[in-house]
Design a protein around this ligand. Structure first.
Ligand code: ARG
Length: 251
């Protein structure tokens, strides 16, 4: 937590100096640079050699609507907002929950989906926040899962992993008692592990947004209107149905 706080404070300071590409510059170049992690199924992942997932498809859809080609960049989750400050790309779409702390360092779009952090364990394992008392829990580093599990009283140990999929593997291998992660990821995980795992309760809810560099209001406006169009013309609903069998927009 301390480390995350420091990093975000440093980001907030940096945010006032460097120069982001304006909407006009992006438009003129014809290509938008988008960053994601590529290891967070079903939202952003690499399948074979292809970057795919709900957020990747959605961002490609938004860019098409804005008349832009896309150049994708993938990097570890906990360095994504830092790269934004360094102008390595124009925006990030990587399932970031919109938190007051992050909003000090970056600007968030309107939410592109709503979800929550859920507990998953092996059959017979902990299912709720209070069940986590005395237990070890695996989470991805730099996430809202870490932040929220730390608030649960009595948790014995929180083990952090660079990748969410590694945190899941720790649960499967029996090295931790529970995993806390996205509820949709959790549902897929339980389904894939037929009978071995069980889905537990939601620990918290969150709204997920795209991040632009602080003050890049021109780009933010374009992203928000492209998203609004997708939400109203049926393309968002179609995509969401393909991935989740339901519409995951915030209501
Ligand atoms: N929703 C969580 C958060 O806001 C997890 C995001 C993890 N994203 C990823 N691409 N691994 O922190």
């Amino acid at each position: 937590m301390k480390k995350t706080l420091l990093t975000l404070t440093a980001l907030a300071l940096l945010a006032t100096t460097a120069q982001a590409r304006s909407w006009e510059d992006i438009k003129k170049s014809g290509t938008i640079k988008i960053a994601t992690e590529g290891a967070f199924p079903p939202f952003n992942l690499i399948k074979g050699k292809e970057l795919t997932g709900f957020e990747v498809d959605l961002a490609n859809q938004l860019a098409r609507q804005l008349g832009l080609k896309v150049q994708w960049v993938t990097q570890p989750f906990d360095s994504l907002l830092i790269g934004l400050q360094q102008d390595r790309y124009d925006f990030v779409i990587a399932s970031h929950g919109i938190t007051p702390e992050r909003a000090k360092a970056v600007d968030f779009s309107n939410p592109h989906y709503c979800t929550g952090g859920a507990v998953v364990s092996r059959v017979g394992g902990p299912k709720s926040g209070s069940d986590l008392k005395g237990k070890t829990v695996a989470v991805q580093v730099g996430t809202t899962y870490l932040e929220n599990v730390r608030k649960v009283p009595g948790v014995k140990e929180v083990k952090t992993f660079p990748k969410d999929t590694d945190a899941q593997a720790a649960l499967l291998a029996g090295r931790v008692d529970a995993w806390v992660g996205d509820k949709f990821t959790g549902l897929d995980l339980v389904k894939a592990q037929k009978g071995k795992l069980g889905a537990g309760e939601l620990l918290f809810k969150e709204r997920i947004g795209m991040a632009v560099k602080k003050g890049n209001t021109g780009l933010l406006k374009e992203l928000n209107s492209a998203l609004a169009k997708s939400l109203s013309d049926g393309s968002y609903a179609k995509l969401s149905g393909q991935y989740f069998g339901t519409d995951v927009r915030c209501r």
